[in-house]
Design a protein around this ligand. Sequence first.
Ligand code: FES
Length: 105
Amino acid sequence: AKITYIEHNGTEHTIDVENGMTVMEGAIKNSIPGIDADCGGACACATCHVYVAEGWTEKVGPAESMEEDMLDFAFDVRENSRLSCQIKVTDELDGLKVNLPEKQF
Ligand code: FES
């Protein structure tokens, strides 16, 4: 599925991310700046924080409680904040846009 990562400065990167990978893995594999993912996807670092673009939050779904707890450690958390290592890519998410925060902590 095509995922567009929008850096804080507005630079967009549209990447074809394989189904089954996470939005975080797609970013790391393609060296998108702005996602650190220090814990490697274990939902234990909150440095893979993204904002789900308008119109996508419903498809992406809400954060689970473990993710919610971890999000408390992220910088500038908003209503549409998610940890990108907890978003699995599927055909459903083709065209998804995520905005990257100014910094990860
Ligand atoms: Fe650490 Fe997502 S990569 S919480």
